[in-house]
Design a protein around this ligand. Structure first.
Ligand code: UYC
Length: 228
């Protein structure tokens, strides 16, 4: 009813991210009226930086399978919530599309691929990063990838999220792995099916960084000047 919808609409303007996310989840189940409120929310917020809440609202509309919602996004946000242009924009847009669609496994694969592209020809050909190549990845590219992962994951995923956890455990990898679900006891989580490819995953679970060749790549990624 109207009262309940109004209350949810108010909650969208809350300063608490958690309250906003709860309101969005409820609006996503409130039929077309709920989806229309989410559209209004995106338009009102448009001048400001996308947030975890606007990312969620976008994701709900994108996945609603309601033609009017898709048409709204097509006409107002045809390239996703975060406008991407310049060098490498196509790769970032691909990542954005899969994140918006909640296709986290494909987004993860494209993220690694994009990092390799940015790290130079040798890395691109090899299809994995050598740790000395990580510093060549421009800060703004890493920040863009991180932003995409954060806003389409309720703030759960992304390099900066992993970095905070890593700093929180005193840069101790043995403490880090179980926290982000990459290891349990003595057992490494197996790629790809051992990982959790949805938002029920622990904080910092994605994007993945293969540890087969050691921790130096992720160490460089999480110590990159981009995060200072
Ligand atoms: N894999 O176990 N991983 C692969 C992870 C390890 C291994 C890819 C992450 C431990 C092999 C991704 C973890 C290990 C391959 C990840 C993990 C291991 C492979 C695909 C938890 C054995 C086949 C992209 C830390 C004990 C490929 C890529 C190959 C692939 C990710 C084995 C994304 C986060 C130490 C044999 N694993 N990986 O990089 O190169 O190939 O042989 O981390």
């Amino acid at each position: 009813n109207d009262n309940a919808l109004n209350e949810l609409k108010n909650q969208l303007t809350s300063t608490s991210e958690k309250t906003q996310l709860q309101a969005i989840a409820q609006l996503s189940e409130a039929g077309e009226a709920g989806l229309e409120l989410l559209q209004g929310f995106l338009l009102e917020r448009r001048p400001a930086e996308p947030t975890v809440a606007s990312g969620k609202a976008y994701q709900v509309l994108y996945n609603a399978e309601v033609p009017s919602a898709r048409e709204f996004l097509q006409s107002h946000f045809p390239d996703g919530l975060i406008p991407l242009d310049g060098d490498g924009a196509i790769a970032f847009r691909d990542v954005q599309t899969h994140l918006a669609a909640l296709e986290f496994q494909e987004a993860d694969r494209l993220t690694v691929q994009t990092l390799c592209q940015l790290a130079g020809d040798a890395a691109q050909e090899r299809k994995w990063l050598y740790f000395t190549e990580v510093d060549r990845i421009p800060s703004d590219a890493l920040q863009t990838l991180d932003r995409l992962w954060r806003i389409y994951s309720e703030g759960k995923f992304g390099f900066s999220v992993q970095r905070e956890i890593w700093l929180g455990v005193g840069k101790n990898w043995d403490k880090m792995w179980p926290k982000i679900g990459w290891k349990e006891g003595n057992h490494w989580t197996r790629y790809p099916n051992g990982f959790t490819w949805d938002l029920s995953a622990p904080k910092g679970h994605l994007p993945l960084s293969n540890q087969l060749r050691g921790v130096r790549v992720i160490e460089r990624l999480l110590s990159h000047p981009a995060w200072e």
